[in-house]
Design a protein around this ligand. Structure first.
Ligand code: NI
Length: 250
């Protein structure tokens, strides 16, 4: 049984193929998927998809790059989050790699979204790219529930995040040949603090790297975690599935 805690099935790369793809995913053991919105516009599409497909659940929120064009609106986000299939606030976060939205705009938006998530008692799915210091500062300040998606920080940062009670999202990056720190993080941090994710259609794991990602490719990530931790892949699925059910309360 597989839960993919982070994907983007509203992406146009999947247009016209969802029915057949989702049948295959189910056959391959995928039981639940969190599909993440990136602003208010696609949040509607994401929620529509969740109404149509029973195994899809939604995260609704404003992605760091979109904070400039999609201004935070508490009423709007609260109303999106009140949908019965909405189980998280996301994908929110900080991204200083690209500067599509200035830092101060990203920070202002993400703080408001963290506050709202806590107010609604919802977990977050938090994107941190090249923004480790500010990410940790914010997470320590607000202590949200949820996942630091596509974790890319140090082992020390991983320990701090686990202390807050959050989970590390582990995806395709773990399987990349140039992954140096992440395998150490996965070795040291207990399975009880990890969540499996794909970020489909992006971030395909080896041996599918460069192809369109999909939730059943999570098996390559689970196998890699099992290899690093010297445990069975079944154990990886069992514990991470329990983790995901705890996080999203579904
Ligand atoms: Ni994502």
């Amino acid at each position: 049984m597989i839960i993919d805690t982070h994907a983007h099935y509203d992406d146009s790369q999947f247009d016209g193929e969802l029915n057949s793809l989702f049948e295959e995913l189910k056959q391959n053991g995928v039981e639940k998927i969190i599909t993440c919105a990136t602003d208010f516009l696609n949040a509607e599409n994401v929620l529509n998809l969740c109404e149509k497909y029973d195994f899809l659940y939604a995260a609704v929120g404003i992605y760091p790059h979109h904070t400039n064009k999609c201004l935070f609106d508490e009423q709007k986000l609260e109303s999106l989050a009140s949908h019965e299939k909405a189980v998280a606030i996301g994908e929110i976060g900080l991204d200083y790699y690209y500067d599509d939205s200035p830092k101060n705009v990203q920070l202002e938006s993400v703080e408001k979204q963290l506050l709202l998530a806590n107010k609604l008692n919802l977990p977050v799915t938090f994107h941190d790219r090249d923004a480790h210091e500010d990410t940790l500062k914010l997470l320590k300040k607000y202590e949200p529930k949820g996942i630091v998606h596509c974790f890319s920080g140090s082992l020390e940062m991983a320990r701090e995040i686990v202390k807050i009670g959050m989970y590390l999202g582990i995806g395709g990056a773990l399987t990349f040949k140039n992954a140096k720190v992440l395998p150490k993080v996965v070795k040291e941090i207990p399975l009880e603090n990890l969540a499996l994710e794909t970020d489909a259609p992006y971030m395909s794991p080896v041996p599918k790297r460069g192809k369109r990602n999909r939730s059943d490719y999570i098996k390559y990530i689970a196998e890699k975690i099992a290899e690093i931790k010297e445990i069975s892949t079944d154990e990886v699925y069992k514990v991470t599935t329990e983790n995901a059910e705890k996080i999203f309360n579904f």
